[in-house]
Design a protein around this ligand. Sequence first.
Ligand code: NAI
Ligand code: MG
Length: 330
Amino acid sequence: MRLAIVEGDGIGKEVIPAAVEVLDALGLDVEKVPVELGYGKWERTGQAITEDDLKVLKGCDCILFGAITTPPDPNYKSVLLTIRKELDMYANIRPIRPLPSVKGILGRSNFNFVIVRENTEGLYSGIEEIGQDISWTKRIITRKGSERIAEYACKLAKSRKSQLVIVHKSNVMKSDKLFLDVCREVAGSKGVEYTDELVDSMAYKLIRSPERYDVIVTTNLFGDILSDMSAALVGSLGLLPSANIGSRHAFFEPVHGSAPDIAGKGIANPIAAILSLRMMLEWYGKMPEAALVEEAVDAALTEGITTPDLGGTYTTKEMTCAVVDYIRRE
Ligand code: NAI
Ligand code: MG
């Protein structure tokens, strides 16, 4: 496997090396291709990502990505949106499940759901105009885009409890009527049980009774917001992994950003990045290795090894060491 490794900026430079250490401990035959992208590169060269970088990424089987700091440039085009679009990675998968010995805001551990976020259109279309007195961003919803994300969500739902919730705001935004209708059609044709919720009331219900949900399918911005919110249910943004899946490429990244407030202190939680690696291994068909990584993370947390975001005193390196040691022992 050819794996592009993008550390990016801020804590990306701490949590991706941690995930790579875990990967190395598994002893798999992986060709690692480092790619520099982001704010640091933009400061140095004026470009956060180049055509050549995109070629390198396209030439790899998949990508392990940290996070990128948004440069203070009004003309800056998001690196992440560019990659997701160029590599057509339309499905952003964000599993939300409790981890051992970690308490989220509700102190509960009886939930397990997945947010399936459309990843290439919606309000993140990148089609916008910024003016002195008026600025606008175009929200794009297509039948094709809605169909393929609904199909992905239905397939996932069938492998779980077969309960799909379609999240939208079609009472206000007519563009979401198309998303809702298409999702209903697809779920109906696939025999998946479904309901739908307006996004604002969904945010409320998700925090009140997360155990009621199985698979949530939604548009780009709503999925982004609901997943960060859900991180509080798990306990920290530093625990949530994600996969961006397309027909040819896949890209794995923690849900969090570059966290400039803690960058360089060596205290970032590496679990989100390590669990993103786990999702990558699963995607690549390396099930025993994926299971071992999960076991190692669970074991470290159960031993009480946690970083400050979870109230612990361990550093990124110590946390990673605990996971790596477990893998080496097995
Ligand atoms: P953020 O996700 O970087 O941080 C939000 C809060 O969560 C901060 O208090 C941070 O310290 C904490 N946090 C995040 N990850 C953590 C971890 N692994 N361990 C412990 N604590 C953690 O979001 P923020 O601050 O809004 O954005 C910072 C920069 O990152 C911005 O430039 C933003 O544009 C960018 N960003 C990039 C993303 C990406 O590349 N995928 C995603 C989200 C934001
Ligand atoms: Mg986000």
